[in-house]
Unconditional design. Structure first.
Lengths: 267, 322
């Protein structure tokens, strides 16, 4: 690099803007995390290191129940969306194009296109009617809503994985008298597993992060962590919110790192 | 269900199938279609019940009249749609242009366009920077963009809130070094919403731009410079036209969620600086005008669909350059 007098790909000022952009992206997040360790009551005045707010958040019953609820919903949403997305991916890849395939793609990717607020309002109305009819107020509505909008996120990595696998191994299994189920169970599924895990992790993260749809669909007392935080922001903010945010942030980073390692293995 | 996963032996294989080739081909095609649909069915049902289907109810509700305590009263009415632009005078029943509504639409569109412009101005150099790093560190830079992309939107909004509010990082630092004597009131203004949206949606601009620049053949730059083009001419005449699909994709990815934004204007804009998303919520909450809320939702949906259509058109036209 040093001995080149004219660097072809360099555009003046671009590197500076880029570095500033990275600083601007991370500075607020870092500030937020650091203030979660503040000993004082304020999110503005630094009074020394402490784990007080983590302790406070952890002993807060509302936070605890919101955490559990968030995790329960996210696990269910990840499992359900990955299951249906896997089947849909098996149905839409590695076969000749068929009638209606585009329709299936559009429906599966619909949550990526329709504004969240519109879906949220639609579900508020629809589930409201069902709640009145059946009297059921449980977590089922949130799980159904989350599973639905997680489908495209689970579908994409699974489909990518499938497209990279050819049919020769399954054909070989069939030639060796494996039944279709055996071939699927012993050949397809193990090969597909990394894609499914990646899809499930993305779905989990997406479910854990959702605010808008949850805010509209939840019944009374069904706060998840994000909706609890949104409620807190309307009042005086204490570093407790920073502490919860930091934990969620850490969880996201860990899951993403794992996701990247998993999908990198493929190549 | 797992049966459908069985590999369909490709047609021309002279296998144990006793039937003639054309019939076998036909039956393979038929099973392909049937299995494709059968396997996709659970996903389709789930999405229809908990995502797409309820949109039809919203469409229906937009043509009814509001119930007294929220909800709707049965019976056809265009009041919801009329209410998007007009208010009915309580006394003489005349229609007047609803200035407050127009302000909200204008703010939503204008802020979304500005957000798109700002994220492009910052995102293009950033994407270029990442794409021109040596292969080893490129992955790391890309990862650094991806983390905010997947991080909870609420947390990022909250983080930027911590920076720009009156006692926040920005004002504290500026006051400490003596540049200002009183905090600059940014929070709860349109500017705050704009800064927040640009911050939150920047990764959505960078990622498609990166994908486009990554495919860009750097030898074209050499050709341009050999022909005595300036840096600016190369950027404008060579780079930008070729990465245009990435620019369109990034702009749509930023514009669409900006237009439907709910969390960022709610947290950073306070109660006053509503955007369409908050206005829709208001109709289903305190406003108790569900048909208006439904009509607004449908309007937003149509605008987004038009934007996506433009995107599909543009990306189909944009490819045959390289």
């Amino acid at each position: 690099m040093a001995d080149r007098t004219f660097e072809i790909a360099r555009l003046p000022g671009f590197a500076t803007i880029a570095v500033l952009a990275f600083v601007a992206l991370y500075l607020p997040i870092f500030t937020l995390s650091i203030y979660s360790f503040n000993a004082g009551n304020s999110v503005a005045v630094w009074q020394g290191w402490s784990l007080k707010w983590y302790h406070d958040a952890w002993s807060n019953a509302a936070v605890k129940s919101a955490t559990v609820r968030s995790l329960v919903i996210a696990v269910w949403a990840a499992v359900i969306s990955t299951a249906v997305a896997t089947m849909a991916a098996l149905g839409t890849t590695r076969r000749a194009a068929f009638r209606g395939q585009t329709f299936i793609y559009v429906v599966i990717n619909q949550p990526l296109m329709v504004p969240e607020i519109v879906t949220a309002v639609a579900l508020l109305i629809f589930f409201g009617v069902i709640k009145q009819w059946t009297g059921y107020q449980g977590l089922g509505y949130l799980i159904a809503a989350h599973s639905a909008f997680c489908v495209p996120f689970a579908y994409l990595p699974i489909r990518a994985r499938l497209e990279g696998m050819d049919l020769s191994l399954e054909t070989a299994a069939a030639d060796l008298y494996a039944t279709p189920w055996q071939a699927f169970r012993r050949v397809t599924l193990p090969l597909l597993a990394p894609g499914m895990i990646a899809g499930a992790m993305l779905a989990f993260v997406i479910s854990l992060d959702d605010v808008v749809i949850t805010e509209f669909v939840k019944s009374g007392g069904q706060d998840t962590l994000p909706t609890y935080m949104l409620g807190q922001m309307r009042r005086a903010i204490t570093p407790e919110v920073n502490a919860i945010s930091t934990v969620l942030l850490g969880l996201t980073v860990v899951l993403l790192t794992a996701f990247f390692l998993l999908t990198r293995n493929k190549d | 269900m797992a049966k459908g996963a069985t590999p369909q032996p490709d047609a021309p294989r002279p296998g144990p199938a006793p039937s003639g080739p054309s019939e076998a081909e036909k039956s393979v095609a038929a099973t392909t279609t049937r299995n494709g649909w059968l396997l996709s069915l659970p996903a389709l049902v789930l999405l229809f019940v908990a995502a797409s289907g309820p949109l039809l109810i919203v469409a229906a509700y937009s043509f009814m009249s509001p119930g007294k305590y929220g909800g709707i009263a049965p019976g056809f009415s265009l009041d919801g749609w009329v209410g998007i632009l007009f208010t009915r005078d309580i006394f003489d029943d005349t229609l007047k242009l609803a200035d407050a509504h127009l302000t909200i639409f204008w703010r939503s569109v204008w802020l979304s366009l500005l957000t798109t412009a700002i994220t492009f101005a910052v995102g293009f150099p950033t994407a270029w920077f990442i794409a021109t790093r040596p292969p080893k560190s490129r992955g790391l830079w890309l990862f650094l963009i991806t983390i905010p992309f997947w991080t909870n939107l609420l947390i990022r909004t909250f983080a930027i809130n911590e920076v720009i509010r009156n006692e926040g990082l920005l004002n504290t630092v500026l006051m400490k070094i003596g540049l200002i004597s009183a905090p600059i009131p940014i929070i709860y203004t349109d500017t705050a919403v704009l800064i927040g949206m640009a911050y939150v949606y920047l990764p959505l601009m960078v990622l498609p731009l990166f994908a486009a620049i990554d495919r860009f053949d750097m030898r074209l730059l050499e050709a341009g410079y050999d022909l005595y083009a300036s840096r600016w001419a190369v950027l404008r005449r060579v780079i930008l036209p070729i990465v245009k699909p990435g620019i369109v994709a990034g702009s749509i990815l930023v514009f669409v969620p900006s237009l439907g934004a709910y969390v960022t204007p709610r947290v950073l804009g306070g109660g006053k600086n509503m955007m369409i998303g908050n206005f829709i919520e208001l109709q289903f909450g305190q406003g108790r005008n569900w048909p208006l809320g439904a009509a607004l939702s449908m309007t937003l949906l149509v605008i987004v669909m038009v934007a996506l259509l433009v995107y599909v058109r543009a990306s189909n036209r944009g490819t045959p350059h390289g």
